[in-house]
Design a protein around this ligand. Structure first.
Ligand code: ZN
Length: 61
């Protein structure tokens, strides 16, 4: 297994591992795309996880 090269998981292009601040991505753009994917997924999960009950207002009369 060669360690000098990687394949960007976003655009599947060959990218350098060494001296690559965006690894495992090929560029900042692909890194941001991946970050955006995670962010939107987290938003979705957070939106579905609304199991907390509303503020109890019965005690305050
Ligand atoms: Zn890429």
């Amino acid at each position: 297994m060669e360690q000098g090269k990687i394949f960007c998981p976003i655009c599947k292009k060959e990218a350098a591992w060494k001296d690559n601040p965006f690894r495992p991505f090929c560029s900042e753009r692909c890194r941001l795309v991946d970050l955006g994917k995670w962010a939107s997924e987290e938003y979705r999960i957070a939106g579905e996880k609304k199991t907390l009950p509303e503020d109890p207002v019965d005690e305050k009369k």
